[in-house]
Design a protein around this ligand. Sequence first.
Ligand SMILES: [Zn+2]
Length: 269
Amino acid sequence: MTSSRPRLFSTEAVVLRHSDLGEADRLLWLLTPQRGILRATARGARKPGSKLGGHLDLLCHVRLSMREGRELHSVSQADTVDAFRGVRTDIGRLSRGLYMAEIAQRVSVEDAPAPAVFRLLVNSLGWLAATESPDTLVRWFALRLLTITGFKPELGACAECGDTLEPDDHVFSAERGGLLCPACRSQGADLLHPASLGTIKVLRHLARSDYPEVASLKIGGEERRQIERILRAHTNAVIDRGVRSAAFLDEIRDWPDVGPVPGGLRSES
Ligand SMILES: [Zn+2]
């Protein structure tokens, strides 16, 4: 690859992860609207009084000026849009925010537009700072994230044969991607999670509603446990498949004749 002049671009971003790099630098994993996941360095960000460091904490929504790099970009300027202090000063909310950031990262691809995922994460961190039902928010977030990335679990009909499900208790298979009818549940050796009629109703309600509509939803203990197991199993199954597709994309990118991803260099104003 021939060297070219470093390009500057600006973008909004959420800091998903960071780690120390060298003496005083920081390595960042960012979620951006136009380019999905980006990795970047922030030089000197760990020095006391650094202009960058104060803006680049975990889960902060920031506006960045960046210098384009081949694999790693570098942050030249950072301004805070929202630090979500209500999330970062409460360990319970912080751990839920980090879980949301992690699954958003795992279902997103590097350098591919992800405006809906970005907006979902920013809105959800805003709600997380103040909501009285953070667990419902995490479940709603996981369901919405999987839906907008094309991995929505099948909740309306049997995931295997497509038959309408009678209003009754059923089972959920993460491997087959949704609820199963009584005839299909016995075919296969996959792990089946119980889904009571009440659980199915709540899942469908979460799937079709925006968060403010479900924030005060009362969910019974047994339904809560079933929904938690079902969404975790489905999320993990999607992530396992997603890791393979991300590795495949990396492989394509390494082929010598493939140029930059179209639209990947657009800066956002
Ligand atoms: Zn079926």
